[in-house]
Design a protein around this ligand. Sequence first.
Ligand SMILES: [Zn+2]
Length: 301
Amino acid sequence: MSLSTETRRKDALALLSLLYVKLGDSPIDCTAFDCADVAYAAIQKTSWEELVSEGLLAKRGNSLYFFTAKGWSEALFRCGNPSGPELNERLGKLSKVLKDSVKGRGDSVLVRLDQVTIDSGLSPGWVFNAIDARLICIFGRNDAGWVEGARGRLIEVPRDFGLMEIDIFADLRAENLKLAETVERMEELYADYRCSFCSSPLISRTPWEHEYGTEEFSEYACGMTIGAPHGDAPCTKDPKFPKFVDYVLDAGIDGDVWRCYATAARAQSPASLVQLYPTYGQTEDEARESMRKRCADRAKH
Ligand SMILES: [Zn+2]
């Protein structure tokens, strides 16, 4: 019988919580959990794998699992009490010791984990986990981290460590920072979210179907299109964008007004990329002049 997504998720979270309680203040790199242990008899076997696939646990051998740094901080936030006084107090003590180590220094400093443990009075396992998970960084400040190749032994504390306020939960700046980071990440994820020539924003994205499948038609505020059914219009800042001279004008009487058409001077002309609707006038000159204006307006887009 296959379990519903909801049930599987609940079971995986229950396991995460169970392991977090069992871990206590032990260091994550030295604490293995055996899934064959009777303590986990009520847990679905698939939950262990689920946490591994989410990068929250790491597997060794057939039945041993360890918390990853990400798994530990995730468990702390989900199952611990992230805004409670105990965590705040611990973070405060750890921050103070690290901050004191860079006080008056012009550069980052290296401190030993055991020294930090002694000076802060905190449990060595918890300090290891907090540094490993870059917990202070998660809370929105410049964090200290392991010196490469010296995990668990040597900590590098940046010169500007902990520049922000201690009470990050009440700190709006942290929220703003997070927001700015999200926007930045969004922009990275959606590189096509802005025109590559002039950075105008994407204004619409519409799927359309053709005989081979579905295409997406994107239109930017500058008028550039990508994936349009009848060919794309370039950005007005693109050197490929047509100039007035790329068009041939053709004026004629239409009833009692003059009408002017603009067509591409030659087949490969840039003018074939940007269509201009016909213009009208009382005289031939007026109709042509109106087309010249239309072309100039379109180029300003
Ligand atoms: Zn553009």
